[in-house]
Design a protein around this ligand. Structure first.
Ligand code: FNR
Length: 360
């Protein structure tokens, strides 16, 4: 694994080995993929302003998320169908997260069940991401399973009243390979090809509102994180409805093209909920330790990655994901060190400026 020295190296190697339809399913964004590129570019427009000679011997990357300790402020976002990347899929990914002491989020659209993932890494910190079904009893049972299996929070994805238009998937007639199953629901396993997207669209409730969070709160004791928020006023609605966390996300730019990059959207949301007891997180386009640092400076408590974990998985299963995480950890340690930041708590807003401040 030592030959991979950046997340980009892992992406390149994964791109070579994955079948075309899987590679393009993982890589693609919505329609013109304008936001997909912006998720990366917007990070590059921010400049870090290091503090010199702060007398720093060691730095400590550890932090907490909803009261649980993690070794660094980087976690794994939910991505569907991980056994397409590696035969061990979600179970390898969660083991890597457990070994590295970071958080893993399981997608409801997984090729390993809630229980299989929990058994693979009983001590890993795990969250479960879901959508609300028209049939509330089906939803309630899934959430109960996650609670019983030891998951620590439920992540409701709120940006998906319909699945975005991804042209590559349409061209490739993307389908889950026959030997795999959608492990959390028996009935879905029979659905093939574009029928999958149709099934999801017909089964997940498009008509939900913030009031449904109250129903969620009545059926589970676990904290709820709203994933996919891009506006301050939505963040406030989420908190007032009872959410404990806001994940600023544009679904890896896979839903609606033309929405802001997540690092651009973050400050508005942090500002909107500053007087509430809520944690704000970010994902989207994060590929380096300096990206993570910039997001922390702009107010994220935790930063997540989706695709980088898929690249690690494709390259080497658990080892590949651990390699990806150790690349991030190393880059983040260097960033803390050279920027003069001893701990996460020492990060202040003045550590980053937009490039426009330097071009006057
Ligand atoms: C996703 N994402 C996603 N989100 C979610 O809530 N449920 C899901 O099942 C999936 N599935 C999924 C599949 C694939 C292939 C990708 C790339 C993404 C979105 C994911 O959680 C996260 O928001 C983004 O991946 C973050 O962007 P990066 O890190 O991939 O740039």
């Amino acid at each position: 694994m030592d030959k991979y020295i950046s997340v980009k190296d892992l992406e390149d190697a994964a791109s070579e080995s994955l079948p075309k339809a899987v590679r393009e399913y993982y890589k693609s964004g919505a329609t013109e993929e304008y936001t997909l590129a912006e998720n990366r570019r917007a990070f590059q427009r921010l400049r870090i302003r290091p503090k010199c000679l702060v007398g720093l011997k060691n730095c400590d990357l550890s932090t907490t998320v909803l009261g649980e300790k993690v070794t660094m402020p980087l976690g794994i976002s939910p991505t569907a169908m991980q056994r397409m990347a590696h035969p061990d899929g979600e179970t390898a990914n969660v083991k890597a997260a457990g070994a590295e002491g970071i958080i893993y989020t399981l997608s409801i659209i997984a090729t390993s069940s809630i229980e299989e993932v929990a058994e693979a890494a009983p001590n890993a910190l795990k969250w479960f991401q879901f959508y609300i079904y028209y049939d509330r009893e089906v939803t309630r049972k899934l959430l109960l399973r996650a609670e019983q299996a030891g998951y620590k929070a439920l992540v409701l994805t709120v940006d998906t009243p319909a699945f975005g238009i991804r042209r590559a998937d349409i061209r490739n007639k993307f389908a889950l390979p026959r030997h795999l199953r959608l492990a959390n629901f028996d009935d879905l396993s029979k659905i093939k090809g574009s029928g999958l997207s149709k099934y999801m669209t017909n089964t997940f409730d498009k008509s939900i509102t913030w009031d449904d969070i109250k129903w969620l709160k009545s059926v589970t004791k676990l904290p709820i994180v709203a994933k996919g928020i891009l506006r301050g006023d939505d963040a406030v609605k989420a908190v007032e409805a009872g959410c404990s966390g806001i994940l600023v996300s544009n679904h890896g730019a896979r839903q609606l093209d033309g929405v802001p990059s997540t690092i651009e959207a973050l400050p508005e949301i942090v500002e909107a909920v500053k007087n509430y007891d809520v944690e704000v997180y970010l994902d989207g386009g994060v590929t380096t330790g300096t990206d993570v640092y910039k997001a922390l400076v702009l107010g994220a408590k935790m930063v997540f990655v989706g695709r980088p974990a898929l690249w690690g998985l494709a390259v080497g299963g658990q080892d590949g994901v651990q390699r990806m995480l150790s690349i991030f950890r190393n880059e983040l340690e260097y960033t803390f060190q050279i920027a003069g930041t001893p701990t996460v708590a020492d990060i202040t807003k003045d550590m980053v400026r937009h490039e426009s401040a330097y071009s006057r």
